[in-house]
Design a protein. Structure first.
Length: 650
């Protein structure tokens, strides 16, 4: 049978429940504009009824305040984060594509098409004005403007690549920072929740960090309760919270976390002829890694993965996007042979394993494969057509090469003009003889049309146009019947006036053609810059100075000959600007689409987790009334007990 004070206990439980609800409402109202805050609610349940052994069986014993919980739907969290990953990717692409489009756009004065048309007009004037020195000088000046246009555009693209590279490093640092913060929050949450309470605010903070992370890289999360193996039925209150990024990498496992580390490439570790120095590769390391530690012990992060997602994938696409065109091939796997070969009067023992040749001073021992090593070459067979065309070549003169699963450095390379490349390895960095019968690559395939792609397009035009012009000019004659000289070349060093000779660009270049010409070093021959009369205007030395067949041949190259992607020289900008315009349009459309979806999903999530001030105001009145009624109940019972105890006597 309940005591005489049973009703007072019931009223007290109602008072406590109403008080908790009022405090929770106050907390919701205070955080109505707090970013990442989830609305909270009090979970209540009727207390267990008390048996009174009367006809009505049992009596209610009040209310229990079970917990204060967040109102949050994990379904909207998953949808929001997936959308943020896509939005981050395309927002970066859209921004940088806009810059590339601006660099290539023709303003009617300094753009490619304007300069090219002016140069064509000045070439026609050479013929019309009977090849005066003034008209020749004007033509050479117009040609120089074209080369300067490519110089400036090349420099601007490299500056953009520098900026994107810096952002890649910032993304890696932020991912590591978020991982560390989440691991620390996980520990705080478990400490609190093992006491039986729910760490709502800490969970909000963790979810906000995961939201931020999802815009940088693709994210997956999982949370499971930690089970006590000795007492499986006991609720420990602790959980195991895990985060995976980029589809395969575990970033956080409860209190443990990993770091994404940006490691700058060595100056001799380039993978693309047009890349700036200092591009970073991404590595995967433990939380104990600190600056200055040995980076060779770090695991590789797959930068070619399509699962990276977020801003990081967008940045890598812009920085490394080569439209899938990269160097790749395979070494042969023939039976090993050992021969003797004399080079420059020196006898070497040559051990050949497939396409890998090792040259030794004196004898060779299989137990010491690096002893007396003088030279190592790797022959690579290629199939891709663009690798057999030096106008499209983007191999660095020296750089980093992957043979099988290992990375090496090479000092130089040669091409046989057909389908075989030979790389001479850097002995100082060589730790083992490369394997034969395996795949070989320099860099990696990135199917997006990023900065490397546009640089390669520029270089291809430059090389084909220079080759076409130089062939005509060097086979012609000046108006004074002097032999013609080549017109277009490249600076050997950006800090000096030295330039490649015609022989270096052609016969002495080991089948590399105009490979050495790039947007950054493209220039007009100094011979013509100093003396425009050296322009070869006629094709027949026996003709008089009024013969301009060479000029007509040059005009045909500019207007009719298909030298670049099935188009004439003057249509370069149309082709390349068409690429970037399409990429810009696609990225802008997708950014706008995902931005709209972000607003929609965010509103849906806020309708569930956000604080509605009108709703909270209604709750405030409701819980205030409940509190007042419970207080009134206690007051009434107090008066009853007062009459019963103090005013009723025997």
């Amino acid at each position: 049978m309940p005591s005489q004070f049973f009703g007072l206990n019931i009223a007290g439980s109602g008072l406590r429940a109403a008080n908790a609800a009022l405090n929770t409402t106050a907390n919701n109202i205070s955080n109505a504009n707090t970013n990442g805050y989830s609305r909270q609610k009090v979970t209540q349940a009727a207390s267990e009824a008390l048996r009174v052994f009367s006809t009505y069986g049992s009596a209610g014993s009040g209310v229990d305040t079970i917990s204060i919980d967040r109102v949050r739907d994990s379904f909207y969290d998953v949808k929001y984060r997936a959308n943020e990953t896509l939005l981050g990717n395309y927002s970066q692409k859209n921004y940088y594509n806009g810059l590339i489009e601006e660099y290539l756009d023709d303003d009617g004065t300094t753009g490619f098409s304007s300069l090219f048309n002016k140069m064509q007009s000045s070439l026609e004037a050479v013929k019309i004005a009977a090849g005066t020195t003034e008209t020749k000088t004007t033509f050479i000046s117009g040609l120089k403007s074209i080369t300067e246009y490519f110089n400036n555009t090349y420099d601007r693209l490299q500056s953009e690549q520098f900026d994107v590279n810096a952002e890649v490093k910032l993304c890696a640092d932020r991912i590591s920072s978020i991982a560390q913060e989440v691991a620390a929050i996980n520990k705080q949450i478990n400490i609190i929740e093992m006491t039986g309470t729910t760490a709502n605010e800490l969970r909000d903070k963790r979810d906000l960090l995961v939201d931020e992370l999802s815009k940088i890289v693709a994210v997956e999360t999982k949370e499971d309760p930690i089970v006590d193996e000795t007492q499986p039925d006991r609720d420990t209150g602790a959980t195991r919270f895990q985060i995976w990024v980029a589809g395969a990498y575990q970033l956080v496992d409860t209190y443990e976390y990993k770091k994404l580390i940006a490691v700058s490439r060595d100056d001799d570790g380039a993978t693309n002829q047009n890349d700036i120095k200092g591009l970073v590769d991404l590595k995967w390391g433990s939380s104990q890694y600190k600056d200055g530690d040995n980076v060779k012990e770090l695991a590789d992060f797959s930068m070619d993965s399509m699962l990276i997602g977020g801003e990081l994938q967008g940045l890598l696409a812009i920085r490394d996007g080569n439209n899938g065109a990269y160097f790749h091939g395979k070494t042969e796997s023939d039976t090993s042979t050992e021969t003797t070969e004399t080079i420059d009067g020196v006898a070497y023992t040559v051990v050949t394993k497939g396409g890998v040749k090792s040259y030794y001073n004196g004898s060779y021992s299989s137990n010491y494969p690096l002893e007396n090593l003088a030279k190592v070459t790797v022959e690579v067979k290629v199939d891709a057509n663009y690798l057999k065309d030096m106008a499209q070549c983007a191999l660095p003169i020296d750089g980093s090469i992957r043979v099988g699963a290992k990375y090496y450095k090479y000092d130089s390379w040669a091409y046989d003009g057909d389908s075989t490349y030979q790389f001479t390895m850097d002995l100082e960095s060589l730790s083992s003889i490369p394997d034969s019968g395996t795949t070989v690559s320099v860099g990696y395939a990135n199917s997006y049309q990023g900065i490397p792609y546009y640089m390669e397009q520029m270089n291809e035009w430059i090389r084909r146009f220079s080759d076409s012009m130089n062939q005509i000019m060097t086979t012609g004659y000046t108006s004074d019947s002097l032999e013609g000289v080549y017109v277009l070349t490249g600076a050997m060093d950006m800090n000096s006036a030295a330039e490649y000779s015609y022989e270096q660009l052609t016969t002495l270049s080991e089948n590399k053609g105009y490979y050495t010409l790039r947007g950054g070093n493209f220039t007009v021959s100094s011979v013509l810059m100093d003396n425009a009369d050296r322009l070869a205007t006629k094709s027949d030395v026996t003709e008089g100075e009024s013969e301009f067949l060479n000029i007509e041949r040059l005009m045909d190259v500019m207007k009719k000959k298909k030298i670049f992607r099935g188009a004439s020289a003057g249509e370069f900008l149309t082709k390349v600007l068409g690429d970037v315009a399409l990429n810009k349009s696609n990225s802008q459309t997708l950014e706008e689409t995902y931005l709209s979806l972000e607003n929609t999903i965010a509103n849906q999530r806020l309708s569930d987790t956000g604080v509605d001030e009108d709703e909270e105001a209604a709750n405030l009145v409701k819980f205030q009334n409940a509190y007042n009624l419970s207080s009134k109940m206690i007051q009434v019972l107090s008066e009853i007990y007062d009459r019963l105890i103090l005013q009723t006597g025997v």
